[in-house]
Design a protein around this ligand. Structure first.
Ligand code: NAP
Length: 309
């Protein structure tokens, strides 16, 4: 039986694994569907991770984390966790390949996935001209025009990144003010090949058998339709938490969540179920920063060591 099963291998999960094993837990496995590193590995520019003076990609930032985390005995299993249940103080972790692993404690650090915006053509053209990862797909649009949709940190940062690859970036946003940090907005405004298309609703993305050929937006001010003939559309309209492993057969969640499905935790990352913890973007009030997710992981691990005793 595991002392601790960590679900998710991003900054929260990796840091929890490091602290838990270095702090004396012997039997700790981190389940991660892909390569450890988490959603931040899709980020093209990070300039606010403390101690790192230069702008770096998410891949660069996370490069050494798995090796350091596994140095003290953390095991990594590349597997998707479908469900976590609890019976008589013991948790069962059910994986996609049908295994059931027992654990004394669980840390859910699954993070979030990109949200769909809900416009016409989004599902049809997803992966064929619509993307949620500029680092992964930006190069396909070298010297071409693209649309970036959204007004948060992700949209503005990725618009700046894409403006260095693409000939032009239309930044399409439903309001005329942005949620992003002021310094990020300043970077964006300084890029001559970013054109802001504000106060608009996306009507549809259209295309042909080869993929996207354009996007139509409607002005909220005078109803004008603007037709942007681009082969690529990058959507950054927020994220939804990945709480599926907590869903039980009767449709309820294993522990308390809020209306957005975020896990309710206390300051030690404890849920209302003894031995079940949540850390990083999956939890309520997450600042959605790498440094905060890592801190959550450490906080949870320190309490889990005490819980296991
Ligand atoms: P976000 O901050 O929630 O921004 C989402 C944006 O998409 C908002 O501008 C929103 O418009 C727009 N939007 C949402 N639904 C839409 C829809 N259906 N149609 C059109 N537009 C829609 O999401 P995010 O940028 O992914 O950031 C998530 C969190 O991670 C934030 O807390 C952010 O600060 C953090 N983050 C931090 C960094 C960093 O520090 N370097 C980098 C990336 C992300 P409205 O503004 O009108 O609501």
């Amino acid at each position: 039986m595991l002392d601790l099963a960590i679900i998710g291998g991003g900054p929260a999960g990796l840091t929890a694994g490091l602290y838990a094993t270095r702090g004396g837990l012997n039997n700790v496995t981190m389940f991660e569907m892909g390569m450890p590193g988490g959603q931040i590995t899709g980020s093209s520019e990070i300039e606010n991770y403390p101690g790192q003076g230069k702008i770096m990609t998410g891949m660069e930032l996370m490069e050494n984390w798995p090796e350091q985390a596994m140095k003290f005995g953390l095991k990594h299993e590349m597997n998707q966790v479908n469900k976590v249940t609890k019976n008589n103080d013991i948790f069962s972790v059910q994986t996609a390949d049908g295994k059931i692993i027992e654990a004394k404690s669980i840390l859910l650090a699954t993070g979030s996935r990109p949200r769909r915006a809900g416009f016409k053509g989004e599902d049809e053209f997803f992966g064929r001209g619509i993307s949620t990862c500029a680092t992964c797909d930006g190069f396909f649009y070298k010297n071409k025009e693209v649309v970036v949709m959204g007004g948060g940190d992700s949209a503005i940062e990725e618009a700046v990144y894409l403006s260095k690859i693409c000939s032009k970036v239309y930044l399409v946003h439903r309001r005329d003010t942005y949620r992003a940090a002021p310094s990020t907005i300043e970077h964006m405004k300084a890029r001559e090949n970013i054109e802001e298309v504000s106060n608009v609703d996306v009507q549809e993305v259209y295309g042909d058998a080869m993929g996207v050929t354009g996007l139509k937006v409607k002005s909220k001010i005078d109803g004008t339709i603007i037709d942007l003939k681009v082969p690529g559309v990058f959507v950054f309209v927020g994220r939804d938490v990945l709480n599926e492993p907590l869903k039980q057969d009767d449709g309820t969640f294993l522990c308390e969540t809020n209306e957005q499905g975020e896990v309710i935790v206390d300051l030690k990352m404890r849920t209302n179920i003894k031995g079940l913890y949540a850390a990083g973007d999956i939890r309520i009030d997450a600042a959605k920063q790498v440094v905060c997710a890592a801190a959550d992981g450490a906080t949870a691990a320190i309490d889990i060591i005490e819980y296991i005793g």
